[in-house]
Design a protein around this ligand. Structure first.
Ligand code: SAM
Ligand code: ZN
Ligand code: ZN
Length: 415
């Protein structure tokens, strides 16, 4: 992408500006179209005042199809959109807020030379009963999926300081939607957390070379004994005591996981470790933890959840519906690579330290013991027979090891 697009603001009709942008040049789009029938922004060609929601959605899909062209194959698109009510009596007045210095004529949708406004007859014809939510976000999400997007998350933007409402026969709405779409749902590239390589052909994984493509880890089914409690051979590891763990991860699109801090005790005694038999592998805990054992939480926190409480910002200017900056932080951090290759444009993936052996102790009876002393075969991983199980600090930090490299050797630039 040329420098005329980077760190520059381009004003204009969204379709005109998008049409000038090169194909597959953007990693992440975060946007919020005007909601249907809500506001007059006082501009010709503005979105949102179409007489029917079908027309509104058609225009949005046209825009998002153009966004799809501009988005890289491994790109993501985040869309904030809210719902509106079909109040018949509000139809003739054009929405709740008329922007300053605009005339009502601007609010009309221009169709074949004549202006049309949303009106109650039209709503009735569309099958929308009076006072009903129009379900615009759902209709939009379904149309996006129908036009080829992959909906990865529906995020609820909860607004603790929402506008109070005097409507007595329903509750006050204090949220909007943020849809997270991707363009791809199959792996486009693979990264190796050991060699830090990034490749675009599917690697061998556990069928490759030990130490480079995969390593032995303890079998979660028999805890390295190769046998189950009743003396039968463990089916999971076929008696080996260990299973192969691949160093490779496939990526359908660029996404960096975000984390929420733990906000409550992890066990019923108020402590920061937990013994939980319900999860065999949960994102709340380091991958290494097993059912029935004391677990240590991941020092980064837990994978970010999908209800985000963020206050609406009060913007002093005439611009309505300004994004609170905080709403953009996670999408930008998740969707925009810190570095991309100058030549091939591939992102660098951040690699975190894998939760290592010292981390899984937690039980004082095991501390300081070797695998054999604990009754394991020790065959599956040489260094484990030497290493002693330690009691690590709680919770354990998982540092960044570094970034993957596509190997072009031409340097990187911010993504
Ligand atoms: C819900 S607001 C989003 C504002 C955004 N969240 C922010 O913080 O800047 C919708 C914006 O879309 C703009 N808009 C409406 N129709 C447009 C069009 N056809 N082309 C480009 N922008 C348009 C409006 O002027 C308004 O600023
Ligand atoms: Zn086993
Ligand atoms: Zn490259």
């Amino acid at each position: 992408m040329g420098s005329e697009w980077i760190n520059k603001i381009h004003h204009g009709h969204v379709l005109d500006v998008l049409k000038k942008m090169p194909d597959e040049s953007v990693h992440c789009v975060v946007t919020s179209p005007p909601y249907w029938g809500l506001r007059d922004y006082g501009m010709d060609g503005q979105i949102g005042l179409e007489p029917t929601f079908d027309l509104y959605l058609e225009r949005l899909i046209q825009i998002f199809t153009e966004i799809k062209r501009v988005l890289k194959k491994d790109g993501t698109c985040w869309v904030n959109i809210g719902d509106s009510y079909s109040n018949y009596k509000d139809c003739k007045s054009i929405g709740q807020t008329i922007a300053k210095n605009t005339s009502r004529e601007n609010a009309h949708y221009i169709e074949k030379g004549k202006s049309v406004t949303r009106n109650s007859r039209m709503l009735k014809k569309m099958g929308l009963p009076d006072k009903s939510l129009c379900c615009i976000p759902f209709r939009f999400a379904i149309r996006m999926i129908d036009s080829g997007w992959i909906l990865r998350n529906t995020i609820i933007w909860h607004k603790p300081n929402c506008m109070p409402s005097s409507v007595g026969d329903r509750f006050t709405v204090d949220f909007e939607y943020l849809f997270f779409f991707s363009k791809s749902n199959t792996a486009l590239y693979w990264t190796n957390e050991k060699t830090m390589k990034l490749v675009d052909k599917q690697p061998l994984g556990i069928h490759g070379k030990e130490g480079e493509d995969w390593e032995w880890i303890e079998c979660p089914n028999c805890e390295s004994k190769g046998m189950t409690a009743n003396g039968k051979m463990c089916k999971r590891c076929k008696g080996k005591g260990g299973i192969r763990r691949s160093f490779w991860t496939g990526h359908d699109y660029y996404f960096e996981q975000q984390f929420d801090q733990y906000n409550k005790p992890l066990n019923r005694w108020g402590g920061d470790r937990t013994r939980d038999t319900d999860y065999s592998k949960g994102d709340d805990f380091a991958v290494k933890e097993r059912a029935g054992r004391e677990r240590r939480p991941d020092g980064r926190g837990r994978n970010k959840r999908t209800v985000w409480s963020i206050n609406v910002s009060r913007y002093p200017g005439t611009h309505f519906a300004v994004f609170p900056e905080e709403l953009l932080v996670a999408p930008i951090n998740a969707g925009c690579p810190e570095y991309i290759c100058k030549k091939c444009g591939k992102p660098r993936e951040k690699v975190y330290e894998y939760a290592e052996d010292e981390n899984w102790g937690g039980n004082s009876a095991r501390a300081g013991k070797t695998v054999e002393e604990m009754g394991g075969s020790g065959k599956w991983r040489g260094d484990r027979t030497v290493g002693r199980v330690k009691m690590g600090p709680m919770p354990r930090e998982r540092g960044t090891i570094g970034y993957t490299d596509c190997g072009c050797g031409t340097g990187f630039r911010p993504g």
